[in-house]
Design a binder for this molecule. Structure first.
Ligand SMILES: O=c1ccn([C@@H]2O[C@H](COP(=O)(O)OP(=O)(O)O[C@H]3O[C@H](CO)[C@@H](O)[C@H](O)[C@H]3O)[C@@H](O)[C@H]2O)c(=O)[nH]1
Ligand SMILES: [Mn+2]
Length: 625
């Protein structure tokens, strides 16, 4: 209002800038409405696992767990091993668990690490069950430092076994080759030959532990879960569609082997931190009243390597503690790619109908592949978008299904957050670019979703899908006032003017609210400050680049890419991260923008301040004379 009624007349200085700011403010206002949709209708959920056990006993569905890895250099095999072991050790009948590792790196080192994991699991799984260990990723567990009521002897012996395994794996990785005696003794390695490369090889499929094999037992004689290694066929001339391609290969392969009705999907850095998560998820799927409506149960993305004040705001705190609970009040959260349990049939495109209740009991014994044939005709995950997950979740919701957000006190999964500024900005570029592509795609929440999902959920999706376009208004807002000020024109009302009040009100109310929300979500004041700073960085770089790339993509100039995030960093980089120092180590185009913006605002500030001082000097003289 203030803006609209005060537009400088044509010919007057600053008219264009004024109109621009008006546009930006209108945009922010609209966007604010979207963000509010996430705050109207929060839902929090609890499970009653003992009732599940009472009712079903061990008569539970089979579950297939997909772990994806893509690059042994930035996703170290020992980390993958730990994630795999943590999900093998779920508190769930082992004969009903099948773990699949998809290796897009096609690396014999990762395969070797998985072999080692299968051997170590014979000791680790009984140990976990005997002492009810938590968390069940060995590395995370041994780094706890304090272990309660565990017989020291057993702890020491399993720890020693782990360290020996870790040592063998890291040595092999360092040398870049597998120990000869192992390579010759396991026929699996014969699938790697000199002509195969990461981008060009046949399917490599290895059943490392076959749960149906009566000899597959741990040291206590209990069954082991099935464990499968898969490197899908890749050819340079065919797009492999990144993670979506990997997931679809896994869906197809698993339907032939175990065909679990429930699929859990985790990234290779997201180990299970809570051995009850499978049962938690089943409480929703098997709920007698509402279970049949639910297609997926999404856990929040939580991270292990956060520091107190999160320089890069890696925790996504407000997202997971506030916004996703808001989505859960409508048809449910987005699918965010990891820590998510799906019903297999919904991933394969099944439409919702009242009859789509799963008959867990009767279907339990079937090892059929009927859904595999179905998959030939229908789609699994959506291809061609760097956020295959969001797009897939949306199409599932558009078919009438609901999803559930489950955020237990003991976190279900812990992963690795980015530890440098360039990694943070790159990751957000991928996300915001993908989300914008979703908005512009055939399956856009705005048109495809219209009428299929509730208006609240639609606005919720828009909150994320508009990240990239948000950059335009933000960049304008953070440059225009400074540029005009350099020419001596202010685009904001004077402090003394009554029109200053609405501006002050909006700014103060907005920041107070966001600070309160951040603190409520468990953050610190400095953490909030860092979050605000990163917010500006992202909006002026990641989101801007994402916007430009998406537009270029629309006219056919740029291709979808997926830059895998680094999960290890140099010791000195991680040290600076621990100390919460911002890392500008590399030369990176996005930094140029940040530096330019910072310089511009600094210069403006200095000039304006100088003018002020000069002005005051003159005033003083005036009074003296
Ligand atoms: O060609 C590829 C590329 C990636 N991945 C795997 O995909 C996962 C996610 O990749 P990462 O680089 O860690 O991306 P993040 O930004 O951390 O991932 C988030 O965002 C992605 C979408 O952008 C989702 O796919 C992820 O599940 C979600 O955790 C990792 O396990 C990778 O190994 C593949 O399997 N094949
Ligand atoms: Mn990741």
């Amino acid at each position: 209002m203030v803006r609209a009624s005060h537009i400088p007349r044509s010919g007057e200085d600053g008219r264009l800038g004024w109109i621009g700011l008006l546009g930006a403010e209108l945009w922010f206002g609209l966007y604010w409405v979207c963000t509010q949709s996430l705050r109207w209708n929060q839902t929090y959920r609890y499970t009653f696992k003992d009732r599940l056990s009472q009712r079903y006993g061990n008569d539970l569905p089979r579950i297939d767990i997909f772990v994806c890895t893509a690059n042994p250099e930035i996703e170290p095999p020992i980390m993958v091993t730990n994630t795999v072991l943590s999900v093998m050790a779920y508190d769930y009948p082992p004969e009903k668990i099948a773990v699949y590792l998809s290796d897009d790196g096609g690396s014999d080192l990762t395969f070797y690490a998985l072999l080692e994991a299968s051997r170590f699991s014979q000791h680790w799984l009984p140990f976990c069950k005997k002492f009810n260990v938590e968390p069940r990723s060995p590395a995370a567990y041994f780094s706890l430092g304090s272990w309660d009521a565990i017989e020291e002897k057993e702890l020491a012996s399993v720890k020693k076994l782990y360290e020996e395994m870790e040592n063998r794996i890291t040595t092999a990785v360092k040398l870049g080759r597998i120990p000869d005696n192992i390579e010759l003794n396991h026929k699996g390695f014969s699938q790697w030959n000199s002509s195969s490369s990461r981008r060009d090889h046949d399917t490599i499929l290895q059943l490392i532990i076959d749960g149906r094999d009566p000899n597959a037992k741990d040291i206590e004689g209990c069954a082991l879960p099935t464990l499968v290694y898969l490197a899908r066929e890749k050819r340079p001339q065919y797009p492999h569609n990144f993670k979506a391609g990997a997931m679809n290969a896994l869906i197809r392969v698993s339907s032939e082997i175990s065909n679990g009705q429930v699929i859990l999907n985790v990234d290779c850095d997201m180990y299970s931190n809570n051995s009850c998560s499978v049962r938690d998820a089943l409480c929703f799927f098997m709920d007698e009243e509402k279970g049949h409506e639910i297609a997926f149960v999404q856990f929040p993305q939580n991270f292990e390597n956060l520091t107190k004040n999160e320089v890069y705001s890696g925790s996504l705190r407000v997202l997971s503690e506030v916004e996703f609970h808001g989505l859960d009040g409508y048809e449910g959260p987005l699918y965010v790619g990891t820590g998510c349990f799906h019903r297999r049939d919904t991933l394969c495109g099944r439409e919702f109908s009242k009859e789509s209740r799963i008959q867990w009991r009767s279907e339990n014994d079937k090892h059929t592949k009927e859904s595999a044939d179905e998959l030939e005709t229908r789609m699994g995950l959506r291809y061609g978008c760097p956020v295959e997950d969001v797009m897939t979740g949306l199409t599932i919701q558009c078919l009438g299904w609901k999803s559930v957000y489950y955020n237990p006190a003991r976190k279900g999964f812990l992963g690795v957050a980015a530890t440098s500024l360039d990694q943070t900005l790159l990751q957000h570029k991928r996300w915001s670019e993908g989300d914008l592509q979703v908005l512009l795609s055939r399956y856009s929440p705005a048109w495809y979703g219209l009428g299929r999902i509730s208006p609240g959920l639609l606005l919720g999706y828009c909150t994320y899908c508009l990240w990239a376009p948000n950059s335009l208004a933000t960049v304008f807002y953070s440059t225009a006032p400074s540029l005009y000020l350099l020419r001596g024109i202010s685009l904001f009302p004077q402090v003394s003017s009554p029109w200053f009040l609405p501006f002050a009100y909006v700014i103060i109310a907005k920041y107070t609210y966001s600070l309160a929300e951040f603190l409520w979500s468990g953050g610190t004041v400095l953490g909030w400050w860092n979050d605000q700073r990163i917010w500006l960085y992202k909006r002026t770089t990641s989101y801007l680049f994402a916007f430009v790339d998406t537009m270029l993509g629309l006219v056919g100039f740029s291709e979808t890419s997926f830059v895998v995030s680094n999960k290890v960093s140099d010791p000195d980089v991680s040290q600076r991260y621990e100390q919460e120092m911002m890392e500008f180590g590399t030369s990176f185009p996005m930094f140029t923008i940040l530096a330019t913006l910072a310089m511009l605002n600094l210069i403006t500030f200095v000039c304006a301040a100088a003018k002020r001082v000069e002005g005051q000097g003159k005033d003083a003289k005036f009074y003296h004379s």
